[in-house]
Write a protein that binds this ligand. Structure first.
Ligand code: CU
Length: 165
């Protein structure tokens, strides 16, 4: 019994040190506070008539860092599923396409807007009336996250290009 214990004891410091080390590595890779490297402006979510299952969120994302980043995840209590979408012309029709991520090149502003890139909210859990607001959490490829409060706005432009899923 004693030898078994002795064999295991040297392992335990490693088990503690390794997670700490990986945390330190992450911190060293992003010396600036990662969450503020992506600036979010003009963020809003589209108001939809009651009963409509889906909506979309739009915003301008500016990557203020000197590294390429990507938006990889969205989460909200206001919808069952959140996907990253773009519009593509296919067979003469504008169609929505799901993206694995939305690229945010270093130093550039990427516009999520009606008819283009958007954060798709599928299976709304609440009515989105103009004047309301929802919480939207964004996750980036460096592991940083941002929580936003998005106003719900009526959008007339681009609605024709947003077919239902
Ligand atoms: Cu969409």
């Amino acid at each position: 019994m004693n030898t078994t214990k002795r064999a295991f004891r040297p392992l335990s410091p490693f088990l503690i040190v390794l997670p700490l080390l990986s945390l330190n590595l992450c911190a060293a890779e992003q010396p600036a506070t990662p969450a503020t490297e992506i600036e979010v402006q003009d963020a809003y979510v589209r108001a939809v008539p009651p009963g409509q299952p889906n909506s979309a969120a739009f915003m301008h994302l500016t990557n203020t860092s000197n590294r390429d980043r990507a938006l990889v995840i969205g989460e909200t209590d206001a919808a069952e599923v959140v996907e990253l979408h773009t519009h593509k012309m296919e067979d003469g029709m504008m169609r929505m396409r799901q993206l694995e991520q939305i690229e945010l090149p270093a130093g550039e502003t990427v516009k999520l807007q009606p008819g283009g890139l958007h954060v798709m909210l599928i299976g709304l859990t609440e009515d989105l009336r103009a004047g309301d607001s929802i919480e939207l959490h964004l996750g980036f490829d460096d592991g940083s996250r941002q929580s936003l409060t998005l106003p719900v706005k009526r959008v007339t432009h681009g609605t024709g290009t947003m077919p239902a899923h």
